[in-house]
Design a protein around this ligand. Structure first.
Ligand code: SF4
Length: 323
């Protein structure tokens, strides 16, 4: 049976608190508003980051096409070259394309970081092949000054368009960095934004837990779950450590990569909670106890800490309260 990370957090505070939460819903308005605002903000950042990538592709497209059109223009201006150079460049271009195919083959058979490296090499190699192929056209095309002028003007307009889009992306990127820095390091990406809807929940059949972290950052090939709390604290609370560890377990199972830590963010402090075996063992033990309580149909206070009861949201109707 799947147990939610939120239930594990309540259970870690006090089993009775979790039990009472099933019949008495306590909604902390501040917390809900804070979470909704964060969710809205993050989704907007995610959307804009996608558009930014889209614009960047446009810039690349315009820049490459402008260069190609310019080369065609030059080719049409000068016309035919010698037979030797014509064939020389065709052979080099073919060899270069073979080289690109090799990188494509290696990239398709390699994983993660190495794959990215091969993809970059592939891109560079393919660009080289295109440039050399156009040189071969340069030495093989009959001269046509009118079309040459047209091609040069077109390439100029293309470059202007690429610059306008580039300027736009620069402004957008500055705005996004200023907003994103609140949630993630600049080089990190917002990979996932948790929402109240069922569809957003992450499930781990392996650990028997489910949950919706506030958000997940992708940083240097690692997925880091982040949980925000509206309270102020100067050290992480144990139930929150259990909750963020449960999220690390979900991330580990869902993405197939083990995070080295999760982040707990309070109103004015944030903590990196290492994803350690001792915490993981405790989460699994809590899950087991919770399911046993559920089967028995009851749960009781497991502490003698009156301060806990003082701060408990279910104190007013709790039959076992100490304060
Ligand atoms: S008031 Fe105390 S005993 Fe009751 S649920 Fe809260 S923490 Fe547990």
């Amino acid at each position: 049976m799947l147990v939610s990370a939120g239930d594990l957090e309540k259970y870690a505070y006090c089993p009775l608190s979790w039990w009472l939460s099933k019949t008495h819903k306590v909604v902390a308005k501040d917390g809900v508003t804070h979470h909704r605002n964060t969710e809205r903000d993050l989704k907007d950042i995610q959307r804009k980051e996608k558009s930014l990538k889209f614009y960047e592709r446009y810039i690349l497209f315009f820049a490459v096409s402008a260069s190609l059109i310019a080369v065609v223009g030059i080719a049409l201006l000068y016309g035919e070259g010698s037979e030797f150079w014509k064939y020389f460049f065709v052979v080099i271009a073919l060899l270069w394309l073979l080289n690109s195919s090799f990188f494509l083959y290696r990239a398709s058979r390699t994983e993660s970081i190495v794959k990215a490296r091969y993809e970059r090499l592939l891109l560079l190699s393919a660009m080289g092949a295109i440039i050399i192929a156009f040189f071969s056209i340069l030495f093989a095309t009959p001269a046509n000054p009118a079309i040459s002028r047209f091609a040069e003007i077109l390439s100029l307009l293309w470059v202007i368009l690429a610059n306008i889009i580039f300027y736009r992306t620069l402004i957008m990127s500055d705005e996004l960095i200023a907003r994103k820095i609140k949630y993630a390091p600049v080089k990190g990406e917002i990979e996932y934004v948790g929402a109240a809807g069922e569809g957003e929940e992450i499930i781990s059949e392996k650990y028997g837990i489910r949950g919706t972290p506030d958000y997940i950052i992708k940083l240097d090939d690692e997925y880091i779950p982040v949980e925000e709390k509206s309270a102020s604290r100067d050290s992480p609370a144990f139930p929150h450590v259990m909750q963020i560890t449960a999220y690390c377990m979900l991330v580990e199972d869902h993405y197939g990569r083990t995070p080295s830590y999760g982040i707990l963010k309070y109103r004015d402090a944030e903590f990196k909670i290492p994803y350690e075996r001792r915490w993981k063992t405790l989460v699994l033990a809590l899950r087991k106890q919770l399911l046993e309580n559920m089967e028995r149909g009851e749960a009781h206070r497991n502490h003698h800490n009156a301060k806990k009861c003082e701060h408990c949201a279910r104190r007013t109707y709790c039959p076992e309260r100490l304060a």
